[in-house]
Design a protein around this ligand. Structure first.
Ligand SMILES: [Zn+2]
Length: 134
């Protein structure tokens, strides 16, 4: 559905009033919009309803919002940090955990944690509890 502009809504209401319609009759076209609001729209050229609910009832598009492009990529993000720049903290944590596991595996002489895990899964490595050793 195409949205009405405030100017066209104002003209529409004014035209109904000019043809002799009472405010109550004008209100029939805008269910659950206060008649005082319709009156203000028609008479006050500086007034424009702002709340999304009221704008929807009047067939007006939502008010534009100001956005600032990301200083990194020039795009617009809903989140505060640029997804192309900052790894999420979850991604960051799992990366740190993986790095720690790789260090542990390398101390034990493995190239990486995943090489160690696949060796265990193949049955190529026997795992012993430390307290049963010696
Ligand atoms: Zn960005």
């Amino acid at each position: 559905m195409t949205k009405t502009s405030i100017e066209s809504l104002r003209r529409q209401i004014a035209a109904q009033r000019a043809s002799g319609a009472k405010w109550r009759e004008v209100g029939i076209d805008y269910p659950s919009v206060p008649l005082g609001t319709l009156c203000r729209i028609a008479k006050d050229e500086t007034y424009e309803p702002r709340t999304p609910r009221l704008r929807a009832k009047l067939g007006l598009a939502l008010m534009p919002v100001e956005v600032e492009p990301c200083g990194h990529c020039g795009g617009v993000h809903v989140r505060k940090t640029c997804p192309s720049r900052m790894p999420s903290s979850r991604t960051q944590r799992s990366r740190e955990r993986r790095a720690e596991l790789n260090r542990i595996a390398q101390v034990a002489g493995w190239q990486s944690w995943s090489k160690y895990v696949s060796a265990v899964q193949r049955g190529a490595v026997r795992i012993e509890r430390a307290d049963s050793v010696g």
